[in-house]
Design a protein around this ligand. Structure first.
Ligand code: ADP
Ligand code: MG
Length: 273
């Protein structure tokens, strides 16, 4: 579509790292909860020296059972959660090296959530919702609205969707809207956190297909978070298996599935029906 030149950065910006879109290096994140002024709270190590990297057009599956730290890593990448140590590099630049840089990278790194309903304002119509991000970044309103209409079409919704409210859509359609809203920002990196887990199985396949299509079309790098190793096997070229905050296995999908090195990965594979 004309308004979005294949997701490739427009300006001839010098690329500090032309190969890697994302590098997560030694990421550590601990939550402290239930503390007070006099007593330090209970600590939960959610990410412990997490390492992985991602190239343009590649998809990394972040797999593991509930509570293993997947969402935490995703939230650190998109800047929704602070972390104590480690580095997150976006196209070779350290995102934590300055707020200006984080701001600049903000639009380029987008997140799709498990429940898009939670992140769509129930009182806002879909068209303006899709246009809001680009408008805030300085895109003229008419252009942002035109882009919103094109994206609705791209994700398989009719133009009439623009005038409707979130509650008027099914779960699958809302997830399509969530994807459209992320794409409106012309991202280079998409973090999808359990994006089909809340959907009916029949709808899951359709939404996964849409993810594969937009990834191809815009040459997106994707971090695809799922507790479902089978889904990761279909969607991802690399897999990182997390257990209790640590990446216990990391490699090309075919290798991980064919000859897992860690017993936990074997358990996950055996659990696939
Ligand atoms: P996953 O996405 O794999 O289910 P999370 O990243 O959500 O895992 O959680 C990892 C660990 O961090 C869990 O033990 C969880 O209870 C804890 N945790 C997550 N978010 C918070 C928070 N905001 N405050 C305290 N602990 C948290
Ligand atoms: Mg999670």
């Amino acid at each position: 579509i004309a308004a979005i030149p294949n997701g490739v950065p427009r300006a001839a910006q010098a690329e500090p790292d032309p190969v890697h879109v994302l590098q997560v290096q030694d990421l550590c994140k601990t939550y402290v909860s239930g503390g007070s002024l006099f007593k330090r709270g209970r600590e939960v190590v959610a990410a412990h020296h997490v390492n992985f990297e991602l190239r343009r057009g590649q998809t990394l599956g972040l797999v593991g059972e509930s509570g293993s730290g997947k969402s935490t890593v995703g939230r650190c990448i998109v800047g929704l959660a602070p972390f104590e140590s480690g580095r997150i590099l976006f196209r070779g630049r350290n995102l934590m090296s300055g707020t200006a840089l984080r701001q600049q990278a903000k639009g380029k790194i987008q997140m799709v959530f498990q429940d898009p309903y939670a992140s769509l304002n129930p009182r806002h119509r879909i068209g303006p919702t899709l246009a809001a991000g680009p408008i805030a970044q300085g895109v003229p309103k008419a252009e942002a609205m035109a882009r919103a209409m094109e994206l609705l079409k791209l994700v398989g919704l009719g133009p009439e969707a623009a005038d409707r409210f979130p509650h008027e859509f099914s779960g699958g359609q809302r997830q399509r809207i969530g994807i459209a809203r992320a794409l409106a920002m012309e991202p280079e990196l998409l973090v999808a956190d359990e994006p089909v887990s809340a959907l009916d199985v029949s709808v899951q396949a359709q939404v996964l297909k849409l993810f594969a299509e937009v990834r191809e079309r815009f040459q997106l790098a994707m971090v695809f978070i799922t507790h479902d190793l089978r889904v990761a096997g279909e969607m991802c070229d690399h897999i990182a298996v997390m257990q209790r905050g640590q990446v216990v296995e990391y490699g090309p999908t075919a290798e991980v599935l064919a000859s897992p090195q860690h017993p936990y990965t074997r358990t996950l594979i055996d659990a696939i029906p």
